[in-house]
Design a protein around this ligand. Structure first.
Ligand code: EPZ
Length: 418
């Protein structure tokens, strides 16, 4: 079993780049299915979720190659329209393949994605949006059987929740639906805008991403596109939290500070000095952190749920108390129990977590239960006194490329054992 071994207490100094965004490259890889051509995507991170997406594309009949951080997808000739159950289980966000497969082939089949570590992951909004465009979706024995993709028509869609995945699924299906589709109450995450930019490079007529209303003129011919994936704002947030926990001074290059403003505001309130340049963010922490006003997760541009765990880990060793309210996912405090093994004082009551800061954490043997919770354990171990062992790295490998290598370049005492 792989593990990170961390010797806590080393301050972090230096600068590093940020790899491509997992939550942007995944829907962009799906979007390559829409065109019978070759797409080229740059700045693709080496992540297990990316490999899972490439496996699905290959199963569907695409030919994919990777040279460094550039992935080429040749979607000229598809041979299947289903996502195998084993691959659906590997990555539950594969449901966003539904709209693109339907738009390209007219039909699709996939198993109902199960829940995950974050609790139930419903897809009712995905299915409602695609049915509104005219597709037929039957659910039988845990499998979705979808037809009518070639006769989809543009519609006015309204999402009851600004769901990221449902917005992406609806955008991709709408590209293949004749006429104009508007998506109201769309998610406004930067990754949606990145997807729109790629779709535009394919010749698709999509506008409004980043706002609550996205308009797609569907039914137009599309071709292979080319795009450079945006930097991963949650990886950037995680490295900011690592520096806040360990102390030191770190510069993150190629980071759009605007995507991090709610996180940098919290870390500034906690006592860090943060400077934002044109495309970089610098953080310095020399004094002990202190608690901050309640942190409530919300859809973008609110405080990102994906940063909740790393920020909690940084504030676990602080002077004062911080209250967290997790408004997006039902079960996103599994890292709290592991942080408590390191000496944190955290009380979880439903969607609320009360973090009473302690002077310092101590090293321990802990296990990641999910992607961002695992990142939180790394953040905590870096600032803790003593040694930690962190297992469950398959969760981390889904969203962090060479996290230990990046931290080592900044002076962290962390190694990976396989
Ligand atoms: C995306 O998940 C991200 N994943 C998540 O990142 C991120 O936490 C989340 O958006 C919120 O920002 C990817 O982009 C691959 P949602 P997604 O649909 O699309 C409910 C990470 O750590 N909902 O915006 O699944 C849902 O239960 C991952 O990188 C419905 O009720 O999130 C949740 O409570 C974790 N019905 C809320 O909406 C639906 O049909 C927001 O979920 C869909 C969602």
């Amino acid at each position: 079993m792989s593990a990170f071994l961390v010797e806590g207490g080393a301050k972090l100094y230096g600068s590093t780049g940020i790899h491509g965004a997992k939550n942007s490259v995944l829907p962009i890889l799906v979007a390559t299915l829409l065109a019978p051509g070759v797409s080229v995507i740059h700045n693709c991170p080496e992540l297990s979720d990316v490999r899972a997406s490439l496996e699905i594309l290959e199963h569907l009949g695409c030919r994919t190659t990777r040279e460094g951080d550039t992935i080429t997808v040749d979607a000229s000739a598809l041979t299947h329209c289903d996502v195998p159950d084993q691959l659906m289980r590997e990555m539950r966000s594969s449901v966003i393949f539904l709209g693109a497969i339907l738009a390209r082939t007219g039909e699709a089949k996939m198993s109902f994605p199960g829940g995950c570590e974050l609790g139930p992951r419903p897809i009712d909004l995905h299915l409602a949006a695609i049915r509104s465009l005219g597709a037929t979706i039957e659910e039988r024995g845990g499998t979705l059987f979808c037809t009518g993709g070639k006769s989809m028509k543009g519609r006015e869609l309204v999402l009851s929740i600004p769901s990221v995945g449902a917005t992406e699924n609806a955008m991709l299906a709408a590209v293949g639906a004749d006429g104009v589709t508007t998506i109201s109450n769309a998610a406004r995450e930067p990754e949606i805008t990145d997807l729109q930019t790629f779709l535009q490079s394919m010749g698709a007529d999509v506008h409004g991403a980043g706002t609550s209303i996205i308009t797609i003129q569907g039914g137009l011919p599309v071709r292979g596109g080319e795009h450079t994936v945006m930097p991963d704002r949650i990886v950037a947030a995680t490295l900011l939290c690592a520096t806040a926990a360990a102390g030191g001074e770190v510069e993150l290059d190629g980071t759009d500070y605007r995507h991090l403003s709610t996180v940098t505001a919290v870390l500034t309130e906690a006592g860090c000095k943060i400077h934002s340049g044109h495309d970089c963010v610098t953080i310095q922490r020399t004094e002990p952190l202190h608690g901050v006003c309640p942190i409530r997760t919300a859809p973008y541009p609110g405080f990102p749920t994906d940063a909740q765990a790393p920020v909690m880990a940084a504030l676990a060793a602080s002077r004062g108390t911080t209250v967290f309210v997790e408004n997006i996912f039902e079960s996103r405090y599994r890292h709290a129990a592991e942080l408590s093994r390191m000496g944190a004082n955290i009380r979880v009551e439903g969607r609320v977590a009360i973090v009473c800061g302690v002077e310092h954490l101590h090293g321990a043997t802990v296990r990641a239960a999910d992607l961002r919770g695992g990142a939180a354990l790394v953040v905590a171990a870096l600032g803790a006194e003593g040694d930690s062992e962190i297992t469950g790295l398959t969760h981390l490998d889904r969203g962090y490329q060479d996290l230990d290598g990046t931290l080592r370049t900044l002076g962290a005492h962390i190694t990976r054992t396989d």
